[in-house]
Write a protein that binds this ligand. Structure first.
Ligand SMILES: [Ca+2]
Length: 147
């Protein structure tokens, strides 16, 4: 019995990275990469695509909270794949243009109307979201499915 408990604990630990390439962090079915470099929102999407991934799109409260807490361990602000570029205050995921299922804007955000149409996890908001001009250079989070 004790052996099986140990085995389960070991398997659980292995799941924290198994199925993801080096430099990517696993959470449930996805792998995430927190970039060390900065880019505009559109450049960030292109870079993620170059690595067979997309800008992170939190689809649940659990996933959003994971990204927020991870970003707290990193330096910088992080673009994610949510914008209201197409229609003001209609926040959609980049990959399928569906309305966001979860919003974790910091209190008072979004507040810049048409001058800020992209979402970043902001250090000053402890990782919660702010709306920012898409042309700003920030770090970014890519996601892809775990193998
Ligand atoms: Ca806007």
């Amino acid at each position: 019995m004790r052996f099986f408990v140990s085995l389960l604990i070991l398997l659980e630990f292995r799941n924290s990275w198994e199925g993801c390439d080096i430099g990517w962090i696993r959470h449930h079915t996805k792998c995430y990469m927190f970039s060390n470099t900065t880019a505009t929102w559109a450049e960030a999407e292109s870079i993620c695509n170059a690595f067979h991934s997309i800008l992170a799109e939190p689809r649940s409260h659990d996933e959003s909270v994971f990204l927020i807490s991870q970003s707290e361990n990193e330096v910088g602000h992080f673009w994610i794949g949510i914008s209201d570029i197409i229609k003001e205050d209609r926040w959609v995921y980049s990959s399928d243009l569906q309305p966001v299922r979860v919003t974790d804007f910091s209190p008072g955000q979004p507040n810049e109307y048409t001058s800020a149409n992209c979402v970043a996890l902001r250090k000053i908001f402890h990782g919660y979201w702010g709306d920012l001009p898409c042309s700003e250079h920030f770090n970014f989070i890519c996601e892809r499915m775990a193998k």
